[in-house]
Each structure stands twice: as structure tokens, then as C-alpha cells.
Write a protein that binds this ligand. Structure first.
Ligand code: ZN
Length: 190
């Protein structure tokens, strides 16, 4: 669980924002990005839930499952609002994110088999912050006025997600020191 992850994200955000925005020429492009972000996040949370289930960490598995459902609904809402018959293909040349992948997706390296809901929510928080930064960068840098306006709206929405997760974190028990110590460690090669 690296606390500096977001800091690094901000740094790469500064260097890549103009290039990212250049790939988003109209509102249709913006929605393709938005869809990809939500869909990738939904998929990633589902993978996290599977991983936690494998380690019998059912409480966190359920939390990731819930987050996956939320992102899936977001993705479906975009498909419906755009009247797409099916999810859009990636733009020619592929997506240009600020990092290597969609900013709303967590990193497998952040998982720990003994992690607690609090940790899972920290991942979610950093994902929502990443999404907010992405849209804010597009709102700032895009050449098309409607893209800038749409991205600003979505940045505001992501900011709401950020505060929702922050409230959720406040209601969630903080892990005790030593939370990652296993009193009954799995067998090697397990
Ligand atoms: Zn969000």
C-alpha cells in the first residue's frame, strides 16, 4: 500500500495532460474514454474480489464486489446515454491515459491477502482521485469547448465520489498496527 502513489500520479499528470487531451477531439471521444475507464475499473474490482475470495478474505471481497457493481452501472449508464448498441471500440491508436492504464483502476500490487476494508477503500479513494485528475486535465487542456465543459462536469462528479469514499473511510475501522502479520501463515507454494 504505497501512500506516494497519488503523488506520482500527479507528477505524470503534469507531463502528459496536453497529450491526453489532444486525443479527445469531441464529446463522443470523451464518452469513449469515460466508458473505458468505468468498464476497466469494474473489471479490476471484480478481479480483486476474486483474489480476496481465493484467500478467504470475504469481507473485503464483498466490498470490492460492491465497488465493481457501482462502476459497472456507471459504464452501462454511459452506453445508454450515448445510445450505443454495444460498448465502443478503443480509439485508433489506443487510449492515451495519464499513466499506463485507466486512472480509475486499482493496481494488483496494492492487494494484500490480509488487507482490511479500510485498505480496499484507500485503493478506491486513489482511483476516484485519479479519475478526477484525468477529467480535470482534459477540462483544462482540450481544444474543443464542449469537451472542456463535459470533462469539467465529470471532474465534479468524480470529486463527489472522492468525498463519498472519504465518508465511507471515516465510518470504517482503521487497521491495527501489525494487521499484515499472519498467525496462521499459508504453506509455501500454496
Ligand atoms: Zn468515480
Amino acid at each position: 500500500m504505497s501512500d506516494d502513489k497519488l503523488g506520482l500520479g500527479v507528477a505524470s499528470n503534469r507531463t502528459g495532460a496536453a497529450e491526453v487531451a489532444a486525443g479527445i477531439g469531441d464529446v463522443g471521444d470523451l464518452m469513449v474514454y469515460a466508458y473505458a475507464m468505468e468498464a476497466e475499473a469494474a473489471e479490476r474490482y471484480a478481479e480483486f474480489a476474486d483474489a480476496m475470495e481465493t484467500h478467504n478474505n470475504l469481507e473485503v471481497a464483498e466490498l470490492f464486489r460492491k465497488l465493481s457493481r457501482i462502476e459497472h452501472i456507471h459504464a452501462q449508464q454511459i452506453v445508454e446515454s450515448m445510445n450505443w448498441n454495444e460498448p465502443p471500440p478503443p480509439p485508433p491508436g489506443g487510449f492515451r491515459w495519464l499513466g499506463l492504464e485507466g486512472p480509475e483502476s486499482g493496481d494488483h500490487a496494492d492487494l494484500h491477502y490480509l488487507m482490511q476494508p479500510y485498505h480496499a477503500l484507500q485503493i478506491a479513494l486513489s482511483n476516484e482521485q485519479g479519475a478526477q485528475l484525468f477529467y480535470a486535465a482534459v477540462a483544462r487542456e482540450a481544444s474543443d469547448e464542449k469537451v472542456r465543459a463535459g470533462a469539467a462536469e465529470m471532474a465534479a462528479e468524480e470529486e463527489e465520489h472522492v468525498s463519498l469514499i472519504q465518508q465511507w473511510l471515516e465510518r470504517t475501522a482503521k487497521p491495527e498496527p501489525g494487521w499484515s502479520r499472519d498467525d496462521d501463515p499459508p504453506m509455501l507454494g500454496d
